[in-house]
Design a protein around this ligand. Structure first.
Ligand code: ARG
Ligand code: ZN
Length: 882
């Protein structure tokens, strides 16, 4: 590559900052054409720096530098130098004040990083490195400063002007129609937590009294007309505040907490101190416009961002390699919160499905990286499912190993030691280990080694000795840069079931007596034997209960063992897991049958097991819906050495029809029983009933008989809740029925003024299995409601197609690949972060047959050869080709 090839940054090169910044005083003058930013910094040499301070090099890009003054004296341009991404002042004093004036054009900023415009308003996104597009700064998380922010703008166009902390002054200027506000944040913070919002916004307000008796004002700001969709977010916020006090003893620390919802946002949301900025998708919800999944998403993301106030803001990351310090921990916390608000097993199953659908593939592909990566080209590429979701699994394993009390002690010690500091993942583990007195030395490998470990477990029963010997072997496949791995410390939760299905009391050889019926074994070696004694009969082991570690389990279960576990396992997660394992096995056998031109037949025993779940009146409907869902096409593909896209799709469709055909009456009965005309409620029970009802409708529509079609069309037209409307529309969209077009048209006409609902309309069409989908998606790019500058629209239409429609995206003709590459290149110029999320869809090209491989590789090569490639896209595309 030529000299412009982007360079990697390495964790091993970390050095403390040569200078520190104690206070930041910002003055924004927001204009239609130019926005002027005056920044006053109190800077001093860092006493803990490795070497003498030397030149001051500030980060900065995409701005016009107007002036620089040091201790009140304006510098001559010969006294500093400006590069494309920096401002250098050679040899400044030990301590000094620096005043820098820059000019920006937020209206031209399509990257949605830094200061940008959305629906006529101003808004910022500074994580990870957006602050450097606002002013010159030491834009790294280990530089923590106290901020004071003054904003001046036209009072009519920007009546609301917000920043972090507390409002300390506001004034209307005489004559010119402008006004000014000043915000002050008493807590030192890194620049990535800075935020500014200005525009026409309305808010809903509530308050919360903390357990120490302080009253906190809560506000959610939205565009006018959306006030009626804030209730769920507000309720979720108050629940989050109470939960964090109760479970972790953590209180909110400012007098006001604000959330602003914006329509143009790259990610889900951002935890800026006291001023969270959210994608509207994770704030706005009412039953008519939002599905149950949306409601749960709002609750989880509101909680996630709120929890960051302690895990992320009060204690932040030393450098971006430590991102999982705040993200893994905060995802773990939001998962626990949702479990406590709803059903724990149902939430655990959903989280594991997500991990397997996204993180396992990442961990076995060209972008595999440890939870704490050791290098990156573009940090924005590392807001990954490995850092977030696998990071949360790593924290969960610590929780499992230490127990709830030990974990809480570790959290207390972590805050006691590190409040107000920028620290590392290792500091977190050290606090856990010191508080609980448990050695986590080997456990730390979860942070440094990439790849999904495999756990092979076999059991041997000795009837004469009444012993059961469990042999556990672990291994981990190579990942880029890590050809061999050392053994992990894996918590293996398990139980042993006797033939009646009851748990046997567990006693390991050498122990004085049994210690419970479910316990956690410490697996630390490459091969280990655990011998259980006093085992009266040949047991069936229930392994990895609750998915106690993010590994792939291999155990030689018979189909009968799995059916037995499905019916009897005391661990709900493993009851679900047994069904999934059995279904995966049967479906993969059918894929092989199809490839060999053998006739397809679904095992009657399996259908019977499904029938028992469907008819079990004691089962939680939400759980039943999960248990009756076949493994996804993506998950099935991961189990094959070469993914048979068409075979998997055909076989899964066949199985769904076979199940529906055999269980039609039960499905109809379930549909009717779950239907009810009760008023809408968003509690876990109501969500579960809708899930099971729509699951039944889905199976019935696999038959596409007159009765099913009538139910589906009727539900589409008459349902009040968006969950039910969308379920029906999604099913119709897969058909060639005449009602399909009229339903899609009607839906658009009804909802064309609700952008989040229009996103659903785009993604439903993008995910249709019909052969014409690619042409329709390409045509929808020109639809007046599509806007390539809006990330939600891209994720719905382009992401929905490439990520949610395997059989059409991977069409053997290669049209899907060409389409995606064209969109990546268009997005590359506008919004590199969004482009890079799209190009990741090519990353696993090596898992396909030679024809598809060469088609995908050609598109990746075309992308890499394009001049003007962003660091974001370059890193993903080039690493995918390595
Ligand atoms: N910290 C935010 C969250 O997890 C995500 C921000 C990601 N931003 C980015 N540019 N990658 O809540
Ligand atoms: Zn986060």
């Amino acid at each position: 590559m030529d000299k412009s090839t982007p360079q990697a940054i390495h964790l091993k090169d970390y050095a403390p900052p040569p200078y520190l910044i104690d206070t930041v005083d910002l003055a924004f003058d927001l204009g239609e054409d130019v926005t002027r930013v005056r920044s006053r910094l109190a800077i001093r040499a860092n006493p803990d720096a490795a070497s003498p301070a030397g030149a001051l090099v500030l980060d900065g890009q995409d701005m016009r530098l107007v002036s620089v003054a040091l201790d009140g004296r304006t510098l001559d341009p010969s006294e500093y130098s400006v590069g494309p991404e920096s401002l250098t002042i050679p040899g400044p004093p030990e301590a000094f004040s620096l005043e820098v004036v820059t000019e920006l054009k937020p209206q031209e900023n399509t990257s949605l990083s830094g200061l940008y415009r959305t629906s006529g308003n101003f808004c910022t996104q500074c994580e990870a490195e957006g602050f450097r597009k606002i002013t010159y700064f030491l834009d790294r998380p280990d530089v923590m400063a106290r901020y004071r922010t003054t904003i001046t703008a036209d009072a009519l166009k920007y009546p609301v002007m917000l920043s972090n902390g507390n409002l300390v002054a506001s004034s209307k200027m005489e004559g010119d129609g402008r006004h000014t506000v000043t915000w002050e944040d008493p807590f030192a913070k890194p620049s990535y937590l800075f935020a500014l919002v200005a525009g026409v916004l309305v808010h809903v307000e509530d308050s919360y009294v903390t357990r120490s008796g302080r009253t906190v004002t809560l506000r959610i700001y939205v565009e006018p007309g959306n006030q009626d969709k804030c209730g769920h977010a507000m309720a979720s916020l108050k629940k989050s505040m109470a939960w964090d006090e109760e479970v972790f003893g953590l209180e909110y620390d400012l007098d006001i907490f604000m959330i602003v919802a914006v329509g143009d946002f790259n990610m889900g949301a951002m935890e800026n101190k006291g001023l969270n900025v959210f994608n509207t998708k994770y704030v706005l919800a009412k039953p008519e416009t939002a599905t149950d999944t949306d409601f749960l998403g709002v609750e989880a993301v509101v909680a996630h961002e709120y929890f960051h106030n302690w895990t992320g803001n009060r204690v932040t990351c030393r450098d971006w390699f430590q991102l999982s310090l705040k993200e893994g921990l905060t995802v773990f916390r939001d998962q626990e919160f949702s479990s406590d608000m709803h059903s724990r097993p149902v939430k655990r199953i959903a989280d594991v499905q997500r991990l397997r659908a996204a993180q396992f593939p990442e961990d076995s592909g060209p972008m595999a990286h440890p939870v704490r990566p050791d290098s990156y080209i573009e940090i924005n590429n590392f807001y990954t499912t490995t850092v977030y979701e696998k990071g949360a699994e790593v924290v969960r394993m610590i929780h499992t190993l230490l127990g709830a009390d030990g974990f809480r002690k570790g959290m207390d010690l972590y805050f006691e030691r590190h409040d107000g500091q920028a620290v590392t993942c290792d500091d977190f583990v050290a606090a856990m280990e010191d508080a609980a007195g448990k050695d986590l030395g080997q456990f730390r490998r979860w942070y440094s080694q990439a790849g999904t470990p495999e756990l092979a477990v076999t059991g041997e029963y000795d009837a004469a000795a009444r012993t059961y010997r469990l042999t556990v072997r672990q291994s981990c496949p190579p990942t880029p840069g890590q050809p061999t791995k050392l053994p992990f410390h894996i918590p293996l939760a398990l139980g042993l079931l006797d033939p009646s299905g009851a748990d046997i009391p567990l006693r390991l050889a050498g122990e004085p007596g049994p210690a419970g019926t479910s316990r956690v074994l410490d697996v630390t070696g490459p091969e280990q034997v655990f011998e259980f004694v006093d085992v009266p009969r040949q047991p069936v082991p229930s392994l990895l209960r609750g998915f106690s570690a993010p590994v792939k389990l291999r155990a030689p279960y018979t189909d009968d063992d799995l059916t037995f576990l499905m019916a009897h396992d005391g661990d709900a997660f493993n009851r679900w897991e047994a069904g999934q394992t059995l279904a995966t096995r049967l479906l993969l056998d059918l894929v092989a049958d199809r490839a060999e031109n053998r006739p397809l037949e679904l095992s009657p025993g399996f259908i019977d097991a499904f029938s028992r779940i469907l008819k079990d009146p004691d089962l939680d409907p939400a759980f039943a819906a999960q248990a009756l869902t076949l493994p996804s096409e993506g998950y099935l593909g991961q189990q094959m050495p070469v993914i048979d896209v068409d075979g998997i799709h055909e076989v899964r469709t066949f199985a769904r029809r076979a199940i529906a055909g055999r269980l039609r009456d039960d499905l109809l009965a379930t549909y009717r029983a779950m239907g009810g005309n009760e008023p809408f409620s968003i509690d876990a029970a109501a969500i579960g009933r809708r899930a099971l009802k729509n699951l039944a409708l889905g199976y019935l529509m696999a038959l596409e008989d007159a009765e099913a079609v009538e139910l589906c069309v009727g539900q589409f037209h008459n349902a009040q809740a968006m969950t039910d409307v969308i379920a029906a529309l999604g099913l119709l969209a897969d058909t060639r029925l005449p009602q399909r077009e009229s339903a899609l048209r009607r839906f658009y006409d009804l909802w064309k003024d609700e952008p989040l609902v229009v996103d659903k309309w785009f993604s439903i069409q993008a995910m249709s299995e019909r052969p014409e989908t690619l042409d329709e998606v390409a045509a929808l790019l020109a639809h007046p409601a599509f806007e390539i500058r809006n990330p939600n629209k891209v994720y719905a239409l382009i992401g929905g197609f490439a990520g949610g429609n395997p059989v059409r995206f991977h069409d053997a003709g290669g049209g899907g690949y060409r389409f995606l590459a064209d969109q990546v290149l268009a997005l590359n110029r506008l919004n590199p972060q969004v482009a890079s999320r799209m190009v990741k869809m090519f990353a696993r090209w090596r898992k396909y047959d030679p024809r598809r491989q060469s088609l995908m590789r050609a598109e990746l090569e075309r992308i890499v050869a394009t001049p003007g490639l962003s660091r974001d896209v370059f890193e993903i595309a080039s690493k995918s080709l390595e």
